[in-house]
Design a protein around this ligand. Structure first.
Ligand SMILES: C[S@@+](CC[C@H](N)C(=O)[O-])C[C@H]1O[C@@H](n2cnc3c(N)ncnc32)[C@H](O)[C@@H]1O
Length: 395
């Protein structure tokens, strides 16, 4: 199917849904009761997202927020409330019917929020060629849209272009646990259903990395549908456009504290717990991002750590038999590879089967934010206990 055909058919599908009020896509966890206090029903009933990218404490007062594929405007209006009257929100959509509903309700929402005028602007445009100036956006959000775009890499490059240095994205979308086969890719109905265009999580994250973003990690992950054995998930991802250095930093070394025994970051640097590593200013800025910084000592001199140092962290599995119960651990990032103290090597976005002892380890503080735990034992697991060998033989 030619690219223009996909785009036109998706647009027709959403124009039709907007005019009939058809229910589509996935349940989100918005507090609709609260949104109803300032967003008209006409907008809420055509909310077709698969997450809550504006509702995860990501939006800050005074920011400029861009919503890619804004539809009826639900996320723009929630962002409008969160940025406050001094902030701005831009919604981009390719479908006139959606834009008309969103524009009409912008004035109503501004009045309900007590703003002197609306701080939301809806522009017609495509996700892969956005009518937005370079480097002007603090936060990019998007809710169940990028899967609908035929050329995702172009969309990711556009996101990087419009983000301010130091800007970031939080987007919700649908991904698949394997490459979507051609018979589904060429099914027009399933494009509109947010299925045919779904990437794997690894391809999604790697695409963002290739566009220039760093610190890419999962914030939310929930199963959605299974079609012909392919599992589709709703995910919410965050990442950053790292700003260039403005002042010389005195940081020259990084020492991994743990609990991971080894990490590989998105720049390909490998760190072993306790061993100081010489780093560049660019690397220092990467390791200073939220969700990476707590794992490192960033210092001017090399500081080795050993297991007597209170800054050293390790979580060992219980010395007890293990049971296989159908659990898989998925590394949420922002590291591309990570090892624990029990011979497991996790790769970002790829589920790895783990037994009960490892599930307990990954539920502890230092590990927990970096993993999604799935259970694939559809009919339950027998749960026979096995004893691991000292070198980690069973799991
Ligand atoms: C699943 S709906 C989601 C709408 C909105 N984000 C929400 O949460 O309700 C997808 C929206 O993205 C728009 N859209 C799809 N592909 C697009 C593209 N390539 N460029 C711009 N808009 C697109 C559609 O017109 C539609 O309004």
């Amino acid at each position: 199917m030619p690219i223009e055909d996909i785009t036109q058919k998706v647009s027709d599908r959403y124009a039709n849904a907007a005019s009939t009020g058809e229910q589509m896509c996935c349940p989100t966890s918005y507090d609709m009761g609260y949104l109803k206090t300032f967003i008209p029903e006409e907008v809420l009933k055509i909310s077709y997202g698969c997450g809550t990218p504006a509702g995860l404490k990501t939006v800050r007062a005074g920011e400029t927020v861009l919503d890619i594929g804004s539809g009826g405007g639900i996320d723009c209006f929630e962002a409008s409330r969160l940025v406050g009257p001094t902030g701005r929100v831009i919604g981009i959509d390719m479908t006139d019917t959606m834009l008309a509903i969103a524009r009409k309700n912008a004035v109503v929402v501004a009045t309900n929020l007590g703003y002197p005028s609306s701080n939301v602007e809806f522009r017609k445009g495509l996700a892969d060629a956005m009518p937005v100036d370079d480097g002007t956006i603090d936060l990019i959000i998007s809710n169940c849209v990028i899967n609908l775009a035929p050329d995702k890499r172009k969309v990711f490059r556009e996101m990087y272009r419009v983000a301010k240095p130091g800007g970031r994205f939080t987007i919700s979308d649908i991904v698949a646990d394997q490459t979507v086969p051609q018979y589904l890719v060429h099914d027009t109905q399933k494009w509109g259903d947010c299925l045919s265009g779904a990437l794997t999580l690894t391809d999604y994250m790697n695409g963002m990395t290739a566009a220039g973003f760093f610190g890419i990690h999962l914030m939310k992950f929930s199963p959605w549908r299974v079609i012909d054995g392919i599992h589709f998930f709703s995910v919410t991802l965050t990442g950053y456009k790292i700003p260039p250095a403005t002042t010389a930093s005195s940081v020259r070394y990084a020492t991994l504290r743990g609990p991971f025994s080894r990490l590989v970051d998105e720049r390909g640097m490998t760190y072993y717990r306790g061993i100081p590593q010489s780093i560049t200013p660019d690397e220092s800025r990467l390791l200073s991002l939220p969700s990476l910084s707590e794992h490192f000592l960033l210092t001017t001199e090399p500081i080795p750590l050993d297991n007597h140092d209170p800054r050293w962290r390790a979580v060992l599995p219980a010395d007890a038999p293990c049971t296989w119960q159908g659990h898989y651990a998925l590394l949420a990032g922002p590291f591309v590879e990570a090892a624990d103290d029990d011979h497991h090597v996790y790769r970002r976005g790829e589920p790895l089967e783990v037994c009960s002892k490892t599930v307990a380890v990954l539920g502890t503080d230092g590990y927990q934010p970096h993993f999604v735990l799935l259970n694939r034992a559809g009919e339950g697991a027998g749960g026979e206990a096995v004893t691991c060998s000292p070198d980690g033989g069973c799991c």
